[in-house]
Design a protein. Structure first.
Length: 95
């Protein structure tokens, strides 16, 4: 199921969100999702470690998402990351 720039799909019993860009991007270039997530985190004055801890995710996961090296996160993770910085998952995905 497509939602804006994201595709939601199920892996086993876990719902996932795959961030899809409109154009092909070089490997390692941040996705719009990662860029917006970083902007929101920095606007709140949170370090990456503080954001990850408050969202209940591994620091490495947040780092990979922001850097564009992980383009798939489960829906619960996306919701949790968005909640901590006070934005919606829809905004992270579509702008």
């Amino acid at each position: 199921m497509a939602v804006g720039n994201a595709t939601a799909f199920a892996v086993g019993s876990c719902a996932m969100v795959r961030v899809v860009t409109q154009k092909r991007r070089p490997a390692g270039e941040p996705t719009e999702f990662g860029v917006r997530l970083k902007q929101a985190r920095e606007a709140k004055g949170l370090s990456m470690r503080a954001h990850a801890k408050a969202a209940g995710v591994a620091h490495a996961t947040l780092s990979l998402v922001e850097a564009g090296r992980q383009s798939t996160v489960d829906v619960a993770t996306a919701v949790s990351l968005a909640r901590v910085v006070g934005v919606s998952v829809e905004w992270l995905v579509t702008g």
